[in-house]
Design a protein around this ligand. Structure first.
Ligand code: NAD
Length: 489
């Protein structure tokens, strides 16, 4: 592994995300040699804490990761702390001094990566102060990694982006969408562009519809306060689902570089049909979960407004107006308290125009099934291709069979977690797995139409049973087109 020399400034160093994901990811990069002698992290938050206390906190976060003797301690010596209120411009001077010191001490060659892991209302303020108070360097790189959510709608996202742009250029900004760090989401491009047998059929001549499901089994849990203000449309559709859909819909990039991939994703999202309000109403379904035995319905969860109109489920039909996809619906859905926790993509191919095996005269009315390519994103990782084959035995009937590839448990263990991958990409300056501003802007414009409508019209909630796959309307959305969800109960 090549060492990445970098000085990381982490805003929100005592937060949940930092403790659960960021320190563990950095430790894994350290174990693999991507981070070595020439890196340091300066953590900040409002609390007062010494460097030693912070190092203890980091050690505690990584304690469950198997390591060589002394490895964790050596790693923790790269961590430093500075109490800091991001809203106080005068506090940045202290940060600046410590960064200058650490840069010298660790020989990080002026490479600065700023990571914002805080409530989003601070993102703009931090960015502006980073520049104003002189935290940028001239000799190495300056990069910004920023957590979700990126705005609440197009206008707020644009405002945030304008603020970030005062300090950072687009190619210095890394917007985290952890779905893009998932092994099988990254695999979509290998599957498509590495396999003529797939890519040759990847269009409206052969594909009937594409389905994307991000299904969660749990309810809101501890995130109720945040979630009730956000809802499934903002929390899952605008970002994760749109990013997955863009990868499925995009044209082949000239090369597999971040710039080339970006161009194609942006083009795909540009051709996504932005609905009129009445089209949006017809092509979106929202839901909220009801009670389940002793478990409360969504409105009675702790931290949720008892009259909340927030959706915990969304299904939608998306259409791309371009030559490849004209006429092919992309059905997407996501929700909480559904039947199971999984993410999958089902690509449903058209049936043969003529079914020569169906023979009504002999009472054989069996019909060929559609070929379906399923990409299992999680918890299983792999894919399956459903084909029609002859049923074993006398007579001649066909039945669907699966060609299947699932990653072994050992391969899955080897596979880096999304945050480890994305951290590494940001250190390398590779944008492939981050969302660009243009993608985010198109996604918000698409989503805002239905959001505005849903904010006005009162929903009939709750409308689905925990453990189901959402409200009946989500089934009807496809039935109307003569389709059905491949994964159904
Ligand atoms: P958190 O509330 O646990 O942590 C926030 C951090 O910010 C704390 O360290 C706090 O001390 C610090 N802070 C708050 N106000 C401050 C101020 N004025 N000055 C300086 N420091 C201040 O939040 P989190 O759950 O770690 O989330 C961080 C970011 O990551 C958010 O953008 C969130 O949306 C995103 N995110 C979190 C998760 C997760 O699982 N926790 C998942 C995805 C995205």
């Amino acid at each position: 592994a090549t060492e990445n020399k970098a000085l990381i400034t982490l805003f929100g160093a005592t937060g949940d995300l930092a403790k659960r994901k960021l320190y563990t990811s950095l430790f894994k990069l350290y174990q693999k040699g991507y981070l070595a002698d020439h890196f340091a992290l300066l953590g900040t938050s409002r609390h007062e804490m010494s460097d030693e206390e912070f190092q203890e906190m980091v050690l505690n976060s990584i304690k469950d990761i198997p390591a060589k003797d002394g490895e964790a301690e050596a790693f923790s010596k790269h961590f430093f702390y500075c109490a800091h209120d991001v809203t106080k411009p005068e506090h940045y001077a202290k940060l600046k001094d410590r960064l200058t010191e650490l840069d010298k001490q660790f020989g990080t060659e002026g490479n600065r990566l700023f990571y914002m892991s805080m409530a989003p209302q601070f993102f703009g303020t931090i960015a502006i102060n980073i520049k104003k108070q002189g935290l940028l360097t001239d000799d190495g790189y300056n990069r910004l990694v920023i957590e979700k959510p990126f705005g609440r709608d197009f206008d707020s996202a644009k405002k945030l982006n304008d603020e970030l742009s005062q300090t950072f250029e687009e190619n210095q900004i890394f917007r985290i969408d952890h779905y893009l760090g998932k092994e099988m989401v990254q695999n979509i491009q290998a599957l498509r562009f590495g396999n003529p047998v797939i890519e040759a059929l990847w269009n409206n001549r052969y594909i009937d519809n594409i389905q994307v499901t991000l299904s969660e089994k749990l309810g809101v849990e501890e995130r109720a306060g945040y979630y009730d203000n956000s809802g499934a449309l903002r929390d899952m559709v605008q970002n994760h689902i749109m990013q997955v859909v863009a990868q499925l819909a995009m044209e082949e990039p000239v090369a597999f570089t971040d710039d080339d991939v970006r161009v194609e994703k942006i083009k795909a999202l540009r051709s996504l049909r932005v609905y009129t309000p009445s089209q949006a109403a017809a092509n979106f379904v929202r839901g909220q979960y009801g009670a389940d035995g002793s478990q409360p319905d969504y409105r009675h969860e702790d931290g949720v407004d008892p009259e909340s109109g927030t959706e915990t489920f969304v299904a939608a039909k998306l259409m791309f107006d371009n030559y490849r996809w004209s006429g092919v619906p992309f059905y997407v859905r996501t929700g909480k308290k559904l039947a199971d926790k999984f993410t999958r993509i089902d690509v449903v191919f058209k049936k043969p125009l003529i079914d020569i095996f169906a023979n009504p005269n002999s009472g054989n009315e069996q019909a060929l099934h559609s070929n379906v390519l399923t990409i299992f994103v999680e918890p299983k990782s792999g894919f399956a291709l459903q084909l029609n084959a002859k049923h074993v035995g006398q007579g001649y009937t066909t039945e669907p069979v699966d060609l299947k590839f699932l990653q072994s448990d050992s391969a899955k263990k080897e596979s880096p977690e999304p945050y480890e991958r994305l951290f590494h990409d940001a250190l390398e300056g590779n944008h492939t797995n981050f969302a660009s501003w243009a993608e985010i802007a198109y996604a918000w414009k698409f989503v805002d139409v239905i959001r505005n409508l849903w904010d006005i019209e009162k929903p009939q909630f709750p409308n689905y049973t925990p453990g189901s796959m959402g409200p009946a309307a989500a089934t009807e959305l496809l039935a109307r087109d003569g389709c059905k969800w491949v994964y159904d109960l």
